[in-house]
Each structure stands twice: as structure tokens, then as C-alpha cells.
Ligand binder design. Structure first.
Ligand SMILES: *Cc1c(COP(=O)(O)O)cnc(C)c1O
Length: 460
């Protein structure tokens, strides 16, 4: 295993396996069938094996236990597939194996990152001066943005966080919607902001922050304040009234962060971008490329309208960390130092689809969510619980928690499609998230038929 021909044979073997897997995604049962026979764990080998085939044997044994979440009929969580351009980028990035921490380590990737950042700003109509970090996902995008926010609101209150730390600092108030994503609380916990410093704004029936309640909280006192708005609720797909949130927060000097892990990409769709009206006035944004943009895992993006606060939260210097001056230094904008070429997948999808192609892909997922809602709501005993404004549908059966749970479990076991369950406003609901570039109207028809088959079975 000491020469490059060996590496090439491994790479070709592995890409053949990956390609064969992708070729079968449409037919493959979505959920693994024989969960009882996992080939691992096994003892650590004492000695090396030569050649790819021994490794391939293990991959072959593992493959039946994968979930076909990259395929067209996986509607669980919010799981994007891998667009062909994103898959290509993964393979090339594997061969290149670039560390994108510093431009001197990869001028190619420094320019890919700066181009992808500029294209994202253009596509999503954000101000051109925003800074951008390529992170693992929405969680770290939220963390990074809130770290920048923490730095800035404390600086505005006369506190030097970098020098004096958090102990003894003015209290920060984090204002969140009741239906925020759980990772906002996680980011707060990482950042030393306790739950008693979090103020919840009540939400309407769709899960949107209520502006009057936000105004009342903002008026109540004048601590350094960060407001987290949400573009795309993980259950209902609903968008907070971002325009109004930014206006209210602006009059109180608060920082506005927009968690757009789900909804960002609707900002690229001409007849849906009204949902993010006014978001260019926010201070930071979190996006998930591995959701609606259909890059491979893992890929999130943080954007910040205050580059100095962003780099104050993330950048490191040391004599050996050579910078170039001209090119982008990727690690100044992320919590990580060494990183893989994550932006290459984003670049590749944007390069391949262009503005119109992204709008078409994201818009189609929303249209297919609408198709689910229309077809299901025609049936007796099926209720759609949300306004389907994006790619998310919430469905309840026979107005019963038990029936809804039973139908969801039966659909999951069937292998035709996969949906998860949630609790929405006190009731169990099936969640349908349409987030895959390869899903078609026929996939929706097949899935609706399967849901109705399971419902009939549960009811009989
Ligand atoms: C998915 C999601 C996150 C977390 O993103 P990860 O990519 O899982 O880290 C944060 N916020 C919202 C609204 C999400 O839907």
C-alpha cells in the first residue's frame, strides 16, 4: 500500500461502488430491511491487507444497512440529496485533499471560497460586504453568528470580550421565537448564555414570531440584546416576519440573527422570496447547503454583516500561520482551523445550475410539498395542519396521536418512502420534508398511495 497506483485502484473501486449505489437509489428500499444483521463491530485486524477488495467486501456488507436518504422518496427531517455536481465535487475534493485553513495551503480553494461566497450573496440578495464562513451545518453557522453577535453587543456596551472574558461581563439577553430550532439553545449554551437569559417570543399558529410580543420584550429593558429570527420552521416551514423583526430590533440597537437553515434557498426563488423580505437588514445569517441546495454532507454557511466582529470571534494568528494578503483566509471565518474543501460542493452546484437552475430545484421541492398537501387533504381522516408555504407538510390522521404514530411507523417499515413524526402544537403529526433534487411528481404519487395504504391498514 505504498504507491499511487494502489491509491488509484482504491479510488476507482470506491467510485464505482458509490456510482452503483447512486444508480440504484430510486429502486432501493428507503429504510434498511434487516437491521438485525449488522456486520460490525468486529475485532481490530492485527495485520494489513493489500488491495481494495477486502475493504470493498466490508462496504458491500454495510450497504444494505444504509438509509437511502439521498434518494427521491426520503422525506424525513430536512435531508437534501447530493446533486450530481455536488457528488463530482466530493470525488475531486477527495483526490485533491486540500486543507483550506489558509490561502497558502490552497490558492485554488481560497478562490473557490471567495467566489462561492460572492455568488451566494448575489443569489440570496445579501449585501456584498458581508463576511462568510463555510462550516459543517446550521448548528455551527448559528454558533459562529452568535459568537460574532456576542462580541459586538458586548463591545457596544463597552466590554472587551477578547480581553476580559465572559465572567463579569454585562448580561446578554437572547430573544428567540417560541418555535426556534433547538440548535439556537445549543449555541447559546456553548456561548455562556444561560436559559434564564433567553426570552421567548410567542408564536402564531404557523410558528411565526408575533411582532407585538417581540416589541413588548424589547421595550422591557435595555441589556445588550440579540434577536434570533427564523426563516423556515423545521416542522411547518413558516417564516418569521423578518422585515418587522429587523425594524423593531433596529430601534433598540439589537443584533438580528436569521436562522435560515431550512428557508435560505427560497430567497433564490422569484415567486417565493417575499418570505425573506427585508432580511438584508439583518446582522447575520445561517444557511444549510446540505438541505435545500443539495450539497453532500456536511455543509453549512454563516454570513455576517460585521466582518470585524466575525473575525474577532474566529480568527487566530501565529508566526507559522503564513497569510498571503491578497487571497481569502478561510479559517478567519470559522471555528475550525483545518478544514476540508467544503465550499467546492456549493461552488459546483451553483456553477452547474446557475441562478435559474437553483430557483427551479428549490421551487420544485415546494411545489411537490404542495402536491402532497393537495392529494392528502382530499382524503377523509387526513388533515394538513400547516399552511404549506415552503417544502414542509404536517399531516395528522383520524385526529388521533395513536393513529398518526401507527401510520408513520408503518410507512417507515414499508420501504417505499420515509417520513418522521413530530409534535406540533400539542398533537402528533407526520412530517413531510421535500428536499431532494431527484424527487418527481410520480414519487409523490407513490408516497401518497403508500401513506393511504398504511392508514387503511391501521384503521382496519
Ligand atoms: C437543520 C437546522 C439547524 C441545524 O443544522 P445542522 O445542519 O443539522 O447543524 C438549525 N436550524 C434550523 C432551522 C434547522 O432546520
Amino acid at each position: 500500500m505504498d504507491d499511487f497506483p494502489t491509491a488509484v485502484s482504491f479510488l476507482r473501486g470506491a467510485s464505482d461502488r458509490a456510482a452503483d449505489y447512486v444508480a440504484g437509489l430510486r429502486e432501493r428500499p428507503v429504510a434498511p430491511s434487516d437491521a438485525g444483521h449488522l456486520p460490525l463491530p468486529r475485532p481490530l485486524p492485527e495485520s494489513p491487507t493489500s488491495g481494495y477488495s477486502a475493504l470493498d467486501d466490508v462496504f458491500a456488507e454495510l450497504e444494505p444497512h444504509t438509509v437511502a436518504s439521498a434518494g427521491p422518496r426520503y422525506f424525513g427531517f430536512v435531508i437534501g440529496g447530493s446533486h450530481p455536481a455536488a457528488l463530482a465535487a466530493e470525488i475531486v475534493a477527495a483526490g485533491w485533499d486540500q486543507n483550506v485553513a489558509l490561502a497558502v495551503m490552497s490558492p485554488a480553494l481560497a478562490t473557490v471560497e471567495s467566489t462561492a461566497a460572492a455568488w451566494l450573496c448575489d443569489l440570496l440578495r445579501l449585501p456584498a460586504h458581508v463576511s462568510c464562513g463555510f462550516v459543517t451545518g446550521g448548528t455551527m453557522a448559528n454558533w459562529t453568528a452568535l459568537a460574532a453577535a456576542r462580541h459586538q453587543v458586548l463591545a457596544d456596551a463597552g466590554w472587551d470580550l477578547a480581553r476580559d472574558g465572559l465572567f463579569g461581563a454585562p448580561q446578554i439577553r437572547l430573544v428567540v421565537g417560541r418555535e426556534r430550532h433547538a440548535t439556537i439553545d445549543l449555541a447559546a449554551r456553548y456561548l455562556g448564555i444561560g436559559s434564564s437569559q433567553v426570552s421567548e417570543v410567542s408564536a402564531d399558529a404557523q410558528g411565526r414570531m408575533e411582532p407585538a410580543a417581540l416589541a413588548a420584550i424589547l421595550r422591557a429593558d435595555q441589556q445588550p440584546t440579540i434577536v434570533c429570527a427564523q426563516a423556515g420552521n423545521v416542522n411547518s416551514g413558516a417564516f418569521d416576519p423578518i422585515d418587522e423583526v429587523c425594524r423593531l430590533a433596529g430601534t433598540h440597537g439589537a443584533w438580528v440573527h436569521v436562522d435560515a437553515a431550512v428557508g435560505a434557498w427560497l430567497g433564490a426563488v422569484p415567486d417565493r422570496r417575499h418570505l425573506v423580505t427585508g432580511w438584508e437588514a439583518a446582522d447575520s445569517w445561517a444557511f444549510d447547503a446540505h438541505k435545500g441546495l443539495n450539497t453532500a454532507y456536511d455543509s453549512g454557511v454563516v454570513m455576517c454583516a460585521h466582518p470585524d466582529a466575525h473575525s474577532a470571534a474566529c480568527s487566530v494568528t501565529a508566526p507559522y500561520l503564513q497569510t498571503t494578503g491578497g487571497l481569502r483566509e478561510g479559517s478567519h471565518w470559522t471555528p475550525e482551523s483545518s478544514r476540508r474543501a467544503r465550499a467546492l460542493g456549493i461552488y459546483a452546484v451553483l456553477q452547474t445550475l446557475g441562478r435559474a437552475g437553483v430557483a427551479e430545484m428549490v421551487g420544485r421541492c415546494c411545489d411537490l410539498a404542495r402536491q402532497f398537501a393537495d392529494e392528502l387533504s382530499r382524503e377523509p381522516e387526513v388533515a394538513v395542519l400547516n399552511d404549506v408555504v415552503a417544502n414542509q407538510v404536517l399531516v395528522r390522521f383520524a385526529d388521533s396521536d395513536d393513529v398518526t404514530e401507527a401510520v408513520t411507523r408503518e410507512v417507515q417499515a414499508g420501504g417505499v418512502c420515509w417520513m418522521g413524526a413530530t409534535v406540533w402544537r400539542g398533537s402528533v403529526a407526520m412530517r413531510i420534508s421535500v428536499s431532494n433534487w431527484s424527487t418527481t411528481e410520480r414519487d409523490v404519487d407513490l408516497s401518497v398511495a403508500e401513506i393511504l395504504r398504511c392508514l387503511a391498514h391501521v384503521r382496519s
